[in-house]
Design a protein around this ligand. Structure first.
Ligand code: PMP
Length: 402
């Protein structure tokens, strides 16, 4: 018998299960609205034109060092440019900062979790309910107790703000870590307002909580990078909080498979930052030695070349405006079908996703009867809608809701 036969059985991730059964379906009108991956109006992957140009510069370069190992902390021009993009003009010394290149947003979340467990040893980490499922996985792997704060109010299909604040005020304890989605919350598509962010920052200050922002969709919430970075910058500008950010370029540069991301830590002193950098580098070395170079060079070429940067902003706008257009079309189709209920939340929610409010049973109906594949939480990836399939999706939802 195998030494592994006693392992417990772990079912496939729901995303992969969904993709597998979708692939096996040969219906001509099948549609998948599962993963947060951008698709163009022909349901095809989209290589951003600005990225194509940057790739050209990187791949055609005659630099014989391009396949050398990067430093343990990654490609410095990359993580500096990533930091500046996120934080904007800094009101604190860069010496108080530590930034490392990571294996995309997941790697940054995971490195951050390991580092914060080791350095702060928090009694708990607070995750939003609901959140990106991998947050649960990452934090349970490092052995920190997971607690959740209310986030989604199913009745008004919006933010459960009062309960969120009440829970943190009454149950969180000093030194706990709180994971916050910087913008375009996954899966709900609902973000706090600026006033609400200020109150969350107040509570972090009052309770001594450590904010760890997950920033996977910069530019996808409002279409404007500075606007989407507002919450992170606000927390930093108060000067009263040390904080961390996990930053991903998977979505906003369409570099999913290249694994491009960064982990940033803002501390109160240069000494603390230097010490933290040593520990982060040790953790990184034990896990991956050094991060991959090509994607980071492509991203840096975009961020450091003013003309390409402007082209990238246009590409970002193309993605966000297509998504917004699809939100409107889906809502309008549901309204013209007379589907019971109010569907305005599809338009007011932001980012790639909509938490539709469809129940697991309704999700099953649209899958079996109409070949529309959605996670059982009712979250749909708006980026999977096209002018050709949106009417079919609306009809499927209509049939399931009646
Ligand atoms: N955080 C959130 C909230 C996400 O939705 C994702 C991607 N689904 C990630 C982090 C990580 O993405 P990646 O590792 O591909 O950069």
């Amino acid at each position: 018998t195998s030494a592994f036969s006693n392992l417990s059985f772990i079912p496939l991730d729901p995303h992969y299960t969904l993709k597998k059964i979708f692939a096996a379906d040969d219906h001509e009108k099948k549609v998948i609205l599962g993963s947060g991956i951008y698709r163009d109006d022909n349901s095809q992957p989209w290589v951003l034109p600005s990225i194509k140009k940057a790739e050209g510069y990187v791949d055609n370069g005659q630099n014989p060092g391009r396949y050398e190992y990067l430093p343990i902390t990654g490609y410095a021009p990359f993580h500096h440019a990533a930091r500046d993009l996120l934080f904007g003009p800094l009101n604190v010394s860069t010496e108080h900062f530590v930034s490392l290149q990571t294996l995309a947003g997941t790697g940054a979340n995971s490195l951050g979790a390991r580092f914060l467990k080791e350095s702060l040893n928090p009694s708990a980490v607070w995750l939003s309910d609901p959140t990106w499922v991998n947050h649960h996985n990452i934090w349970s792997l490092v052995g920190v107790e997971i607690k959740t704060y209310p986030y989604w109010n199913a009745v008004n299909r919006g933010l459960d703000f009062d309960n969120l604040i009440h829970t943190l005020k009454t149950r969180a304890t000093k030194g706990d870590v709180i994971v916050l989605h910087a913008c375009a919350h996954n899966p709900t598509g609902v973000d706090p307002s600026k006033e609400q962010w200020k109150t969350i920052a107040d509570v972090c200050e009052q309770k001594g909580l450590f904010p760890f922002f997950d920033c996977a969709y910069l530019g996808f919430a409002s279409g404007d990078l500075d606007e989407d970075a507002w919450a992170v910058r606000h927390f930093l500008s108060r000067g009263t909080l040390e904080l961390a950010v996990a930053q991903s370029f998977s979505k906003n540069m369409g570099l999913y498979g290249e694994r491009v991301g960064a982990f940033h830590l803002s501390t109160f002193s240069a000494e603390a930052a230097t010490k933290a950098q040593g520990h982060l580098a040790r953790l990184q070395r034990g896990q991956i030695s050094t991060p991959p170079s090509r994607g980071a060079r492509i991203a840096t070429t975009i961020l450091a070349t003013p003309s390409l940067y402007q082209e990238w902003l246009l590409d970002l706008q193309e993605m966000t405006s297509r998504i917004q257009g699809m939100r409107r079309l889906l809502r309008d189709n549901l309204v013209s079908l007379g589907t019971p209920g109010n569907w305005d939340h599809i338009c007011s929610q932001i980012g790639m996703f909509s938490y539709t409010g469809l129940s697991p049973e309704q999700v099953d109906i649209i899958r079996t009867d109409h070949h529309v594949y959605v996670l059982r939480t009712g979250r749909i990836s708006i980026a999977g809608l096209t002018t050709a399939n949106v009417a079919h999706v609306a009809k499927a939802m209509d049939a399931a809701v009646w």
